[in-house]
Design a protein around this ligand. Structure first.
Ligand code: SAM
Length: 268
């Protein structure tokens, strides 16, 4: 059985992991036969899926580059998954070599892989925590030692909020982060929505029914509500490929089929 040296002890590579399935969609190398089989089954039902995941990841990279260009040199990436293909510290450090990144995820498999992959990088840290545990995330030893919360932070909550149901009050949670972070900090979000592809809403939800995390699709107004109190930077809340595309002159066909919204908001 394949078991490369980067796999931490105790991680079962014969059981699919949502984080490694996602890594496979992105073209990463941190996945196994069981993960690829689950990915193949989902793609058979929904051929656009890898393209949507890649569009989300491409948005994440563009947003991090934009914030680094604005002078932000510390990032808190919550719901980071496995730091894979074009991960946040690589993108940020390409602009600001001394940039520091704390990766946070609730999933012990993603966290174990992240710790193993980043063990030798002193400018990154890994925390296992739930987004809604604001004190736990901000007070974690890795957060406190790597990030200076009196200066602006790039807070990334990308492709995560649709796993946080309304009963967990995601808008209040984001407001608590906003209050805790210094003025000039920025929030980056993307969020699944069936607005542009109502025919695909069922697939989205059933895909994740196979994992421990049910999914809450939100409308544009509902996603905008999560951003209350932040000042949106241009171009505002848009479909994933429409947020500051690398080549603005390239034609974009049916951006709504990417079934996700993207936005960056500033904490004034
Ligand atoms: C689809 S992945 C997104 C990965 C990365 N942010 C990106 O957009 O490329 C969602 C991640 O959120 C994590 N997650 C789900 N609920 C969470 C929560 N309440 N707190 C922290 N992480 C969570 C999952 O374990 C998973 O790794």
């Amino acid at each position: 059985m394949e078991r490369p040296s980067w796999v931490p002890d105790g991680v079962d590579v014969e059981r699919p992991s949502a984080a490694r399935v996602y890594d496979h969609y992105l073209g990463g190398l941190h996945n196994f036969a069981a993960d690829r089989a689950m990915a193949a089954a989902a793609v058979a039902d929904w051929p656009e899926l890898p393209r949507i995941m890649q569009a989300n990841r491409a948005f994440l990279r563009r947003a991090v580059r934009h914030l680094a260009d604005q002078g932000i040199d510390q990032f808190l990436d919550i719901g980071s998954g496995i730091p894979t293909v074009g991960n946040v510290h690589e993108v940020a450090q390409a602009v600001r070599p001394d940039a520091r990144v704390v990766y946070v995820d609730i999933d012990p498999v993603a966290v174990a892989h992240s710790r193993a992959l980043l063990a030798d990088d002193p400018r990154t840290g890994v925390v296992q925590a739930d987004l809604v545990d604001v004190d736990g995330v901000l007070g974690a030893p890795a957060t406190r030692s790597l990030l200076d919360l009196s200066r602006p932070v790039g807070l990334l909550v990308v492709a995560l909020l649709h796993f946080v149901g309304d009963e967990r009050r995601p808008a209040d949670v984001l407001a608590r982060y906003r209050e805790a972070l210094a003025p000039g900090s920025h929030l980056v979000i993307s969020h699944a929505s069936a607005d542009g592809a109502p025919d695909r809403a069922g697939e989205h939800q059933s895909l994740y029914r196979r994992t421990a995390t049910p999914m809450t699709m939100r409308t544009r107004d509902e996603v905008a509500g999560l951003l209350d109190g932040f000042t949106l930077v241009e171009p505002g809340l848009v479909f994933l490929p429409q947020w500051r595309p690398d080549d603005p002159s390239a034609p974009l066909t049916a951006p709504e089929r990417f079934t996700g919204y993207a936005a960056v908001g500033r904490r004034d």
